[in-house]
Structure formats: C-alpha cells, structure tokens
Design a protein around this ligand. Structure first.
Ligand code: SF4
Length: 263
C-alpha cells in the first residue's frame, strides 16, 4: 500500500514537471534563441549518450577528469586542443606517453595540470590492459552494468570504475558514468537546483531520486531524458534560475514555492 502511494506520488510529480517544462523551454528559447538553444541541447545529449566505441568512451573519461575545478564549458571551449594533445583520445597511443611527452604537454596552453595529465596517461595504460582482458573496456562496463541496479544510481558500477582508474572519487566516477549513458549515476547541479526550488525534491535527495523524476517527465513528453536535463541546466545557467534567481523575470513565479518576487 505504501509502495503504491509512493509510486502514485512519483507519477504525479513526473506529470507536474512535464507540464512545467514548456515554460522552462520557452524561457530558454527566449534567452538564447530557439536555434542556439536546440543546438546546445543536442550537444548536451551527444556528450552523454552511449559511446559507440572505446576511443569515444576514453575521451569522456579524460574530459571528466580535466573538467574538475575548471568546468565542462572550459574543456568544451578547448576540445580541439585536448583531442590533438591526447592523440584523439586513442588509449593505445596515450598509454605510450613518456615523461618527456607529458612535460611538453605541460608547456602547451591546454591543461597545465601535471596531476590531470599523468592521470590521463595512467588511465590509458589501465584502459588498454583491461580492454585486452575483456575484448573492449566497454565490454567490461556492460558486464558490470548487467549485475547492477540503475535505481540505486549504478553504485556497484561506480565502484568498478574507481578500482580500475586513478583520479576518480565517488562524484567523478558518477560523472563518468553519466557521460557514457548511465543517466541515474549523477545529477546535474543546475537541474537539481531548479527542481529543488520548484519543490519536487529536498536538498538531501539522492541523485537517482532526481534522475528518475526527470526520466519520468521525459517519457511523458516523448523526449530524451538528457535533453530534458540539458534544458533545465540551461534554465539554471543562462535562464532566470541562476544561483541568484531572477524570479521577477520567471514564467514559473506564480507556481514556484521558492519564488522571491518584488511586490
Ligand atoms: S520563480 Fe525563481 S526560484 Fe522559482 S524557478 Fe523561477 S527563478 Fe527559480
């Protein structure tokens, strides 16, 4: 009975969020222009969907490591330079980088962080060794995923990643999984802020709780969950629901429990 009422509440929340999304989308379109908004959301989806091969997947692992402390936008702005410096993220090539090559990368205006560069090289070596054992590294991930549970946020799979690679904590491992198609592994901080302010979740909600809500709303709208999340992220980044919200300019002010509107 309790489970049934919780299920009904979750379905009701998904329905309500799906209804609010048209205001969120309109707000993002008006801030960026519909074409630019659509392009950014497409990019967000393509940066997270299931990678077609190990090279793309390894590139996403490196991207998450590089983005720590500087943000994904900064890495995206230098994507070409990163790819060139790291041999198109071919793990076999990066695994051969010696200290001289690392030193030359440190001098290049890309990422002057020895710990991150060394992590990328060490992870390439580990990636290559594991891929040899499992056929591909994505094969290893698929095997581990089959024994895990998405509703808990892929915690076992996250543990596998943290054992396999260096420079990965709980949050970064979740972000890597999120960037290779495991939607419930990590919650985008901006999307979380919006959904929390709208009263759907509490501040201590676990990532899978939020992600399941987004997934339910996306399903109702016939949208990709990453596209819906990307739209909320834009609403939080360039729309009215920034860290310091502009509630006076927000279409959702009359139904948002956190609205702070001037009299
Ligand atoms: S009313 Fe304010 S707090 Fe609520 S969603 Fe809009 S900008 Fe965010």
């Amino acid at each position: 009975m309790i489970a049934t009422s919780a299920t009904a509440r979750r379905a009701g929340d998904s329905r309500k969020l799906a209804t609010l999304m048209r205001h969120v989308e309109r707000s993002v379109d008006s801030a960026l222009g519909a074409d630019e908004a659509a392009a950014r959301i497409r990019r967000y989806v393509s940066e997270h969907d299931a990678p077609p091969d190990d090279r793309v997947a390894f590139g996403r692992l490196c991207t998450v490591v590089f983005a720590q402390g500087i943000g994904y936008e900064a890495v995206a702005a230098r994507a070409g330079g990163f790819a060139e410096a790291f041999s198109g993220f071919d793990p076999d090539a990066v695994a051969t980088y010696d200290p001289k090559r690392v030193e030359s990368l440190l001098q290049a205006p890309i990422v002057r962080n020895a710990a991150k560069i060394n992590a990328c090289v060490e992870n390439a070596r580990r990636w290559v060794a594991l891929a040899k054992t499992h056929g591909t590294y994505l094969g290893r991930i698929a095997g581990a995923a089959a024994a895990d549970d998405p509703t808990t946020g892929w915690t076992a799979l996250s543990g596998v990643l943290r054992e396999d690679f260096v420079h990965l904590g709980e949050s970064t491992a979740g972000q890597v999984l999120k960037h290779i198609g495991f939607f419930t592994a990590f919650a985008h901080p901006g999307a979380r802020r919006v959904v929390e302010r709208l009263g759907f979740i509490g501040a201590d909600a676990a990532a899978p709780t939020l992600q399941k809500l987004l997934g339910g709303a996306a399903q109702r709208l016939g949208r990709d969950p990453y596209a819906l999340e990307g739209t909320l992220a834009l609403f939080a980044g360039i729309g009215p629901c920034k860290k310091k919200p502009a509630c006076d300019a927000c279409e959702l002010a009359d139904r948002c429990p956190s609205a702070n509107v001037s009299a």
